[in-house]
Write a protein that binds this ligand. Structure first.
Ligand code: NCD
Length: 359
């Protein structure tokens, strides 16, 4: 069975299949209208969401299926202390596929270990957001006509932005990608992505501290919100919250065909004066999210019993009860997930569930 917990759970070919199916759905919506009739999607959202949850709901409805679930865990048995593993075992009796968002990192991976139905990670803490990645890839493809060969600038909160982490991973499989990281020192991209993704796969990346210096080179500018809810220290948040703002003057420095993406919601990092610029793709990106989620639901259903489309061969886990993941927001510090680790190429051990460095 195929779950989508991390963008790399899909092969490059599977990713491309989903993107092209989404394009076919856009071109021939009527052909897919009944493809999920009498089937149900459960949306289990332990963290606030507008776009992601509603786009899953809308996607399933467009396919003729139905949706159940919760958008506030306080109204579910979670408030009685139910574990994520028990919750998915139960919900798996009621729905054919589960989309889950959680503020705890690794929650969906842990849940998928016992789930009777495919689990889709709709965002886990600051860790991953693979369906936003599919949305972003489809948007780049539609806006520019290609993904290979792009220079992409990520701007804002690269430390906590799970959409950034997942998109960089996915882009590592395309040709001639160049990444430019635009962030203040406090919000830099985590080392494990720089090392295990960019350096290992040979994506050139550069870190800069102003937008102006790189604007003319970019094919895609990926803006992000500084995420207040992820900061443990409010003063630190106040220092960086207004770090980078995109306005018409900065847009004037960019290529005529650049695309501005943002997973949304925005706070003040893109002024509304940019919205009418034809290069502002973020509202089109929202709609792409619905089409790509339709394609994903169809494909996961099709692949469910196909041994050709299982989960990728992950590295062999290292079990060691003497080691401990120090990330308080990881599932292994919230529920009784086993002490399980992944060995990186440079010999470091990382938590199996959240990728935090352990040794
Ligand atoms: C993002 C998320 O939730 O990670 N939004 C989204 O899914 N569309 C980005 C954010 O919340 O800033």
């Amino acid at each position: 069975m195929k779950h989508l917990i991390d963008p790399m759970d899909l092969s490059k070919q599977e990713t491309d299949e989903i993107i092209s199916l989404a394009q076919d759905i856009i071109a021939h919506r009527e052909r897919y209208q009944g493809s999920m009739s009498h089937r149900k999607l459960a949306t289990l959202f332990y963290e606030p969401s507008t776009r992601t949850r509603l786009s899953f709901t809308s996607a399933m409805m467009e396919l003729g299926g139905q949706v159940l679930g919760f958008s506030d865990a306080r109204s579910s048995s979670v408030s009685k202390g139910e574990t994520v593993q028990d919750t998915v075992r139960v919900v798996g009796c009621f729905a054919e596929v589960i989309a889950m968002r959680h503020y705890i990192e690794g929650a969906q991976l842990y849940a998928s270990e016992v789930s009777p139905v495919p689990i889709i990670n709709a965002g886990d803490g600051s860790h991953s957001h693979p369906t936003q990645t599919l949305t972003d890839l489809l948007t780049i493809q539609r806006e520019l006509g290609h993904i290979d060969g792009i220079t992409i600038g990520f701007c804002g909160d690269l430390r906590f932005g799970r959409t950034v982490h997942s998109l960089i991973k996915a882009l590592s499989r395309y040709k001639d990608i160049k990444v430019i990281l635009i962030a203040p020192p406090e919000l830099k991209l985590p080392d494990y992505i720089k090392r295990d993704v960019c350096e290992r796969t040979g994506i050139p990346y550069r870190e800069v501290e102003t937008m102006e210096e790189v604007m003319p080179e970019l094919d895609v500018l990926y803006m992000t919100r500084v995420q207040k809810e992820r900061f443990l220290d409010e003063d630190e948040f106040d220092r960086v919250k207004d770090s980078f703002v995109l306005d018409a003057a900065r847009m004037a420095l960019a290529k005529e065909k650049m695309a501005v993406l943002h997973p949304l919601p925005r706070v003040n990092e893109i002024l509304t004066e940019v919205d009418e610029d034809p290069r502002a793709a973020y509202f089109r990106q929202v709609e792409n999210g619905k089409f790509v989620r339709e394609a994903l639901i169809v494909k996961l259903h099709e692949w469910k019993n196909d041994p050709e489309h299982g989960m990728p061969e992950h590295d062999t886990p290292v079990y060691d009860d003497t080691l401990h993941c120090g990330n308080l927001k990881c599932i292994c510090n919230q529920e009784k997930a086993p002490a399980k680790f992944r060995r990186s190429e440079d010999g470091t051990l990382r938590c199996w569930y959240c990728d935090a460095k352990v040794r």
